[in-house]
Design a protein around this ligand. Structure first.
Ligand code: BES
Ligand code: MN
Ligand code: MN
Length: 463
């Protein structure tokens, strides 16, 4: 295979400008105010796929946002790679915390990105990473080096649970048939420490509501005599962890996969600076489950976190009031073998049971998904590993991630194929946060590495 380096150098400015144009469209799937922008983004993705060399591209309408499907089939006898990505983004708020507007991309240098990073919502998660695949296809078609068939499936509802994609996949198994699924929607350890994501955590997301008296009350006249829903809710939430930061929900750990001492020792070899981690977050110390390291806590162990909590008076000044209701949104990150629906039920039963008399509790499940682990003794992983070795000059480290892409386990169930997670973002890229960015170096490195995956995968499949 000819090195993609030269092609990338010649087209670098255009590659950056095209991504910047895509990032200007605020495709926020969670907020209906942006629905036209989300639809416009699906059209932009279709155009990009056609320009890059897909023979056919269709916009498949769903009850939610459309799925863009494209393909380039060169020979039915050759292997097929299915690329998945998402063109929707997280809401940008709080807007006042951005140093530059989220949909007016700018390139600025950072400590981790001395060659500059593109600052914009979606730059890393996932428009930038998805677009690397589009440009990699362009390179392979323009230089006549596409070694196998390729299918693209780019959705617009990943950040809101991928409900319609699940239906689409189940109904289009033949069309989506493939030998391997390729996704860039995760991260790597550092630019000089390449890694391939081998695991994703599952997720159960619930909302809870605690109701006390039937109306807001004067906190002097009634205070002390009736259950205050906010006091109760915070107490109930606090009781969900014990003094060792174990989760107290009965049965929660029953199916958790325990890693062997050898596997944990292998994991611990990945370079990691605790001091650097703490410094980057301005914290004096890490915090978490007793008996596990930071990298274990955020990948192979399940968690329970309050994502938002509200109720009562939060306006200017003081108002003496006992609120009638208090609310919280809670996420549980799950590990292999924990079933998200089962965990949701365990949570619901426990939370309702631990409520004291004097309040009513309602638990509303939101969405969830299973975790995923990909084996490393497969052609897919080995091909990815060789691709990184070629472009980074180093063998990548397999590493499990703490994040979730729930649709990945469904791909395996419905399509019977494994997923390779070739992520090029860094944890410090601030995905879902203000000032999200994606390194220019990372973007171009991704475009350079992906064609080698196709090359090695096809070669190894044939032999
Ligand atoms: N791309 C992320 C997931 C991710 C990021 C995995 C970094 C590993 C490393 C994805 O877009 C995402 O945000 N997923 C959500 C779950 C989804 C159901 C909203 C998550 O992990 O919170
Ligand atoms: Mn993503
Ligand atoms: Mn995301």
């Amino acid at each position: 295979m000819n090195s993609p380096k030269e092609y990338i150098a010649q087209n670098k400015t255009r590659f950056l400008n095209e991504l910047i144009e895509l990032l200007k469209i605020p495709s926020v799937s969670a907020d209906p105010a942006f629905s036209q922008d989300v639809l416009n983004t699906s059209k932009a993705v279709k155009t990009a796929l056609l320009d890059a060399g897909c023979d056919t591209v269709e916009i498949y309408e769903t009850e939610g946002y459309p799925i863009v499907y494209g393909e380039r089939i060169i020979d039915a006898a050759l292997p097929t790679v299915l690329v998945y990505g998402h063109y929707d983004v997280q809401p940008a708020d709080p807007l006042e915390l951005w140093d530059s507007p989220p949909y007016e991309p700018v390139i600025k240098e950072t400590e981790n990105h001395p060659e500059g990073a593109i600052f914009a919502r979606g730059s890393c998660d996932d428009k930038g990473q998805m677009y690397m695949h589009v440009k990699a296809l362009e390179y392979m078609t323009k230089t006549d080096q596409l070694p196998c068939n390729v299918k693209f499936m780019i959705e617009g509802e990943e950040e809101v649970g991928s409900d319609n994609l699940g239906i689409y996949v189940a109904n289009n198994k033949e069309k989506l048939a493939n030998d391997i699924i390729l996704i860039s929607d995760t991260g790597m350890i550092a630019n000089d420490v390449p890694s391939i994501t081998t695991g994703l955590r599952g997720l159960s997301y619930v909302e809870v509501e605690v109701t006390g008296p039937n109306r807001d009350l004067h906190s002097g006249l009634y205070g002390g005599a009736v259950a205050n829903p906010i006091n109760i809710l915070t107490k109930m939430i606090a009781s969900l962890h014990d003094e060792n930061n174990h989760i107290t929900i009965p049965g929660f750990y029953d199916k958790v996969e325990e890693l062997s001492t050898e596997e944990r020792a292998e994991m611990a070899k990945a370079p990691f600076s605790l001091q650097g981690y703490q410094d980057a977050l301005d914290i004096e110390s890490v915090y978490g489950e007793k008996g596990y390291t930071t990298n274990e806590r955020n990948s192979i162990r399940p968690t329970l976190d309050v994502n938002g909590i509200w109720g009562g008076y939060i306006g200017e000044g003081a108002k003496t009031v006992i609120a009638s209701k208090a609310y919280a949104k809670i996420s549980m990150r799950l590990v292999p073998h924990q079933d998200w629906e089962e965990i949701t039920t365990l949570f619901q039963v426990h939370f309702e049971q631990c409520a004291p008399k004097g309040v009513k509790v309602k638990v509303t499940p939101h969405h969830g998904g299973q975790g995923y682990v990909t084996p490393i003794d497969t052609v897919g992983y080995q091909a990815a590993s060789k691709a990184y070795e070629t472009t980074f000059g180093k063998k990548p480290i397999p590493q499990r991630s703490g994040g979730s892409i729930p649709i990945v386990s469904l791909f395996e169930e419905e399509l019977g194929s494994k997923t390779i997670l070739m992520g090029f973002g860094l944890d410090s890229d601030a995905i879902h946060s203000p000032n999200e960015h994606f390194g220019v170096w990372n973007y171009l490195k991704g475009i350079e590495t992906i064609p080698y995956f196709y090359h090695f995968f096809t070669e190894m499949k044939k032999s």
